[in-house]
Design a protein around this ligand. Structure first.
Ligand code: PMP
Length: 341
C-alpha cells in the first residue's frame, strides 16, 4: 500500500517497520548538523582563508586572549535575539561551554576549592552534565530536589531549555550559600520561544547549538561579578591559555553572517527545520502505544519572532509505556536505535 511515512535509511517497508541489518540510529547524544544546509547556502559570507602568519602570537597584541571584535559581536547577537541582558557584564571565551562549566565551578567554589561545594543539577539532565561534574575534581551530588532543605555550599547547575525534556527552568535552591551556573545552550529562537532576556549572574552559551559548529569548540560565559570573571579568566589561562585564534576568527565570520540579517535567515531556517521534524516525528509517535515522549511547555510569546511559538526542542525524551518494558533501552535496541557506550 501507500507508505505511511518516508522511511529513514535504516528502515524499510510500507510502514517502515522493516529494520535494515547493520544500520543504526544513535539515540544517546545530539549533533546539531541540521544547520549544515544553511551554511552551505551562506558559504560566501563565512568562508575563511588563513595566511600561515595569521595571529601567530599567544596574545592579540594587547595582552588579551579574547578578541574585542568578537566580544562586540556577542553583545550585538544577544541584543538582536533578546535572549540575554549583557549590559555591564563580562565575557569569557572557552573551548565550548564544557570548558567554561569547569572554569565556572572553580570560580564559584568556596576558596576556589571545588571539594568545598556540592554540585547539583535537576533531573532529567543531559548525560554530559553529571559526567563532567562527577569527575575526580568535583563532588556531584545528584538531583537538586533532594537537597532543597539542606544547608551548606551549593553550586546549582540549571539548563534552560533543559536537555533532554526541552522545558524552561529556573533555579530551585535558595540562600546566600547557593551559586548558580545557567546553561543556555538551547535558549535560541530555533529551539524555544524567547519570552524574556535572561539576566542571571553566570550564563553559558555555545556556538555548538547556535550555529551548529560543535567541532569548532567555542563557547562564552556572561558574568556579572568581576571577581568571578577574573577567576574564570585565570582558569582559562592556566588550562589552555585561551581559545585558539583560528576558532575565534571562525566564530567572528559566522556571527557576522547571523547578525547581517538580525538573525532572521538562520533562525527562520533553524526554526522551520525543527518544526518540520517535530511534525513528522509527532505523527509517527502518535501511532505508537508502546512509546511516548515528553509533555511540552505551552505556547509563549516570543519576543524575537514577535508571535506565539511552541517549543521545538532538539531532543526527544522517550518513555516506554508498557509495564513489562522495564528496560526502555532494550526496546529501542530491537529496532537498532542505540545508546553508544
Ligand atoms: N549544554 C548542553 C545542555 C548541551 O546539550 C550541549 C550539547 N550537547 C552543550 C551544552 C554543548 O557543549 P559544548 O559547548 O561544549 O559543545
Amino acid at each position: 500500500g501507500k507508505p505511511v511515512c518516508e522511511c529513514h535509511a535504516c528502515y524499510t517497508g510500507p510502514d517502515c517497520a522493516g529494520v535494515i541489518q547493520g544500520c543504526f540510529i544513535e539515540a544517546d547524544s545530539g549533533d546539531p548538523m541540521f544547520l549544515e544546509p544553511f551554511w552551505m547556502q551562506h558559504a560566501s559570507g563565512s568562508t575563511i582563508v588563513l595566511a600561515p602568519w595569521h595571529r601567530m602570537s599567544y596574545d592579540l597584541g594587547d595582552g588579551s586572549l579574547i578578541s574585542k571584535e568578537l566580544e562586540t559581536r556577542i553583545h550585538k547577537l544577544h541584543e538582536i535575539t533578546k535572549n540575554a541582558n549583557t549590559d555591564g557584564k563580562y565575557i569569557v571565551f572557552g573551548a565550548g561551554s564544557t570548558q567554561l562549566l569547569n572554569a565556572a565551578v572553580h570560580a564559584l567554589s568556596v576558596d576556589n576549592d571545588p571539594a568545598a561545594s556540592r554540585v547539583v543539577a535537576s533531573t532529567p539532565h543531559y548525560p554530559g552534565a553529571d559526567r563532567i561534574l562527577d569527575s575526580d575534581n568535583y563532588d556531584f551530588n545528584g538531583d537538586t530536589y533532594t537537597h532543597k532543605n539542606d544547608i551548606g555550599n551549593f553550586i546549582e547547575f540549571v539548563t534552560s531549555p533543559d536537555n533532554p525534556d526541552g522545558q524552561l527552568r529556573k533555579g530551585i535552591l535558595e540562600g546566600s550559600n547557593v551559586k548558580r551556573i545557567h546553561d543556555f545552550a538551547y535558549y535560541w529562537p530555533h529551539y524555544t520561544a524567547i519570552p524574556y532576556p535572561t539576566d542571571e549572574d553566570l550564563m553559558l552559551f555555545t556556538l555548538s547549538t547556535l550555529t551548529g559548529h560543535g567541532g569548532s569548540r567555542f563557547g562564552w560565559a556572561i558574568v556579572k561579578d568581576k571577581a568571578v570573571y577574573e577567576d574564570m579568566l585565570k582558569y582559562m589561562s592556566l588550562s589552555t591559555y585561551g581559545v585558539s585564534k583560528e576558532t575565534q576568527l571562525r566564530a567572528l565570520k559566522l556571527l557576522d553572517v547571523v547578525i547581517a540579517t538580525a538573525g532572521r535567515e538562520m533562525f527562520d531556517f533553524g526554526y522551520s527545520t525543527m518544526k518540520e521534524r517535530w511534525g513528522k516525528f509527532s505523527k509517527v509517535l502518535s501511532m505508537s502505544k508502546r512509546i511516548s515522549c515528553q509533555q511540552f511547555d505551552p505556547l509563549r510569546f516570543c519576543n524575537y519572532f514577535q508571535e506565539l511559538k511552541g517549543p521545538t526542542p532538539p531532543f526527544v525524551w522517550l518513555k516506554c509505556e508498557r509495564e513489562e518494558d522495564v528496560d526502555c533501552n532494550a526496546v529501542l535496541k530491537l529496532v537498532n536505535m542505540i545508546d553508544w557506550p
